[in-house]
Design a protein around this ligand. Structure first.
Ligand code: COA
Ligand code: AMP
Length: 631
């Protein structure tokens, strides 16, 4: 079968054959009893009865099958002027020694380990070392504040945290240790062991008896072997933003995840073992888990860990330099990175300086790809530019143009078609399938394919309530959109309070919780307004408590700092405006969607249920002062 339609139909009609064929490509310690266990709760599970080790498949098996000397990881850090190549043999040595370190501190199968690290190879080594032992890692993005780290410590209850002395942003050094110490102090769950990779740019103050130095620990470590794990054992927990300030701990299993990751590399990205694959993201996000670490290594590719930005490190030619220098075949990043490059180098002059003949294609995800960005990238690169749609919850593309199967027609603004195993439907509020071309809630009929989340960490009920209850037998994606006459999917917006800022998924609800904590605030709404560079930017509309007559500029400054301190700089919360009232429905629901439309200057209808339409004039005025709501 060499066309998309046949392959997709087989995956839906006969998932057992489809996914067992894909699974045969990996090394199993024990073969599965059932490809899919339909009786498992809360959702069907993949490869039950099977035993596998993800680290073995990503590292050891390549050493054993002739790839020992091939580069597994290229660390390219324009921010520190450093490069390092790690072969599969070296990676095996480092990972097995570091899992020895973890074991010596008591880590074993099922224990949680938090990894709070920037884009250095030790982050990937730590992840793989956990996978080797069956310890469940939870990587926390470096741009989050101590408070967010503390929330994750209390939810995951790790015994060990792996971190570093610092991360490096273009304009500043981020000292991780004070953030880590603050998070540990703040968390109710007590962590007994921290292992820190010292970087020369900052010194970490070590706490005797609790903090250990990565390098000294490795010097004394015994290497350890891969532990047999059930296919359904968790590999990792990755927290993502939901509607409230409580992040959701998405669980990823070992077996299904490895199978889907491996399958996707050839069939979606069209890469072979030995190819160089680069996901310019961060290990703290799902793209980093799936396509910096696990999928490229499971496939025997060379992966790149890039510690830099698309622009400013040192110029908008940074991506082209990496591609040509390391012979990258596929680049995967977020549209926002291309918007940043386009803004600084609209004519692509930096592109001319590099030979990009090695590059086969560009994949974009993380946010809707606006057609302008897609056309610009395609015209400048003269390669296929593929928008694909997925979520932390799935771990891989729900919709894409599967280049390794068939290069389908590209329609700008659509991530093309559903990937194998995903029965994607568009439903009305009442649960009826929407006619072609009409918007509705995007759902996936159960069972979802391998790798998709089996639950939320320690909270089956939240998983059921958030994803499975609205439509029985379907997973609710939280996105709205439609299917066209060719079955192409169009992903238009979120249906919840999640916004996408520079490809980063953030919760406006979480920001509202932080703003509400300020003693002068009576109530507030945070909305995501359109931004040329970052896609969306958060904006706060705040109502002050009666009697507060402080200067608005001071209050806004304090609010901006609060969000930075409590959520982190990555929230990019920089603008807020005091208003007298917020627009609400008669039942008291804040009309955030209407305010977003007013801010963006898009067409909007007066909501029939609005309590007092006059408030919208005042909101429009406030938004205009901030430079929005231009008709
Ligand atoms: N650790 C600490 N702080 C971080 C951080 C990290 N790992 N990553 C970002 N930040 C900080 C930034 O320094 C910035 O701080 P500032 O407010 O003091 O300037 C803030 O968080 C916002 O960062 P970001 O949204 O990245 O904006 P930026 O202006 O620094 O850069 C882009 C804009 C478009 C260049 C950048 O967002 C980018 O490269 N995006 C690629 C998208 C991506 O990788 N998405 C992942 C999913 S595929
Ligand atoms: P995350 O979990 O951080 O990967 O964010 C997932 C969300 O980002 C999705 O639910 C979408 O809202 C949005 N998203 C990701 N990729 C795309 C895309 N290609 N097109 C439209 N929206 C996307």
């Amino acid at each position: 079968m060499t066309n998309y339609n046949d392959i997709y139909q087989q995956s839906i009609n006969d998932p057992d054959t489809f996914w067992s064929n894909a699974a045969e490509e990996l090394n199993w310690i024990k073969k599965w009893d059932k490809v899919i266990d339909h009786d498992a709760k809360p959702v069907p599970r993949w490869f039950t009865g099977g035993q596998i080790n993800t680290c073995y498949n990503a590292v050891d098996r390549h050493v054993e099958s002739g790839r020992a000397d091939q580069t597994a990881i290229i660390y390219d850090s324009p921010i520190t002027n450093q490069q390092r190549k790690i072969s599969y043999r070296e990676l095996q040595e480092q990972v097995s020694l570091f899992s020895g370190v973890l074991s010596s501190h008591g880590a074993k199968k099922g224990d949680r380990v938090i990894i709070y690290m920037p884009m250095i190879p030790e982050a990937a080594i730590a992840m793989l070392a956990c996978a080797r032992l069956g310890a469940i890692h939870s990587v926390v993005f470096g741009g989050f504040a101590a408070n967010e780290l503390a929330t994750r410590i209390d939810d995951a209850k790790p015994d060990i945290i792996i971190s570093t002395s610092c991360g490096i942003e273009p304009a500043r050094i981020i000292e991780y240790k004070p953030l880590l110490d603050a998070a540990i102090d703040q968390a109710k769950h007590k962590v007994s062991c921290c292992i820190l990779k010292a970087r020369p740019q900052a010194k970490a103050e070590m706490k005797e008896g609790r903090d250990f130095d990565w390098d000294s620990e490795l010097d004394n470590a015994q290497s350890t072997d891969c532990v047999p794990l059930d296919a359904t054992d968790p590999l990792y927990i990755l927290y993502t933003s939901g509607t409230t300030g409580e992040p959701k701990g998405v669980i990823r299993d070992n077996g299904g995840h490895a199978v889907a990751m491996h399958w996707s590399m050839k069939n979606i990205y069209n890469v072979e073992p030995g190819d160089v694959y680069w996901a310019a993201s961060d290990v703290g996000w799902v793209v980093g888990h799936s396509y910096i670490v696990y999928a490229p290594l499971l496939k025997g590719c060379t992966t790149i860990m890039y510690e830099g930005k698309p622009v400013g490190t040192p110029d908008p030619g940074a991506f082209w330099r990496v591609i040509s220098e390391h012979k990258v075949k596929v680049l995967f990043t977020a549209p926002t990175a291309f918007r940043a490059i386009k803004k600084e180098d609209p004519d692509g002059e930096y592109l001319e300086k590099y030979d990009l003949s090695c590059m086969q294609s560009l994949f974009l995800a993380g946010e809707r790809c606006d057609p302008d960005t897609l056309f610009w990238a395609r015209d400048k690169l003269n390669k296929p530019v593929i928008d694909h749609w997925w979520q932390t919850e799935t771990g891989w593309a729900i919709a894409s143009n599967p280049l390794g199967i068939e290069n389908m027609e590209i329609k700008a603004g659509s991530p093309t078609v559903a990937m194998p195993g995903y029965d994607v439907q568009i439903l009305s509020e009442e649960g009826d399938e929407m006619p072609t071309g009409e918007m509705g809630n995007i759902v996936i009929k159960l069972p979802m394919p391998p790798s998709c989340l089996p639950s939320l960490w320690g909270n089956d009920q939240r998983f059921i309530d958030a994803y499975l209850t609205k439509y029985e037998g379907y997973y609710l994606t939280g996105d709205a959109g439609y299917k066209d006459e060719d079955n192409y999917l169009w992903i238009m917006s979120r249906t919840d309070d999640v916004i996408n800022v520079a490809g980063h998924r953030l919760s406006t609800g979480a920001m509202e919780e932080v703003l509400s904590g300020h003693s002068d605030i009576a109530e507030c709404a945070v909305i995501g307004v359109a931004d040329d560079l970052k896609g969306q930017m958060p904006l706060g509309l705040i109502v002050l408590k009666a009697g507060v007559d402080r200067d608005e500029t001071d209050i806004v400054k304090e609010l901006v700092q609060r969000v930075r301190d409590q959520i982190g700089p990555v929230a990019a919360f920089k603008q807020a405006k005091v208003v007298q009232r917020l627009p609400k429905t008669r039942s008291g629901k804040i009309l955030r969607g209407t305010m977003v439309n007013i801010a963006n200057g898009t067409k909007w209808k007066m909501p029939a249920t609005i309590d007092d339409p006059v408030i919208l004039d005042e909101i429009t005025e406030a938004l205009q002062i901030l430079g929005y709501a231009k008709s």
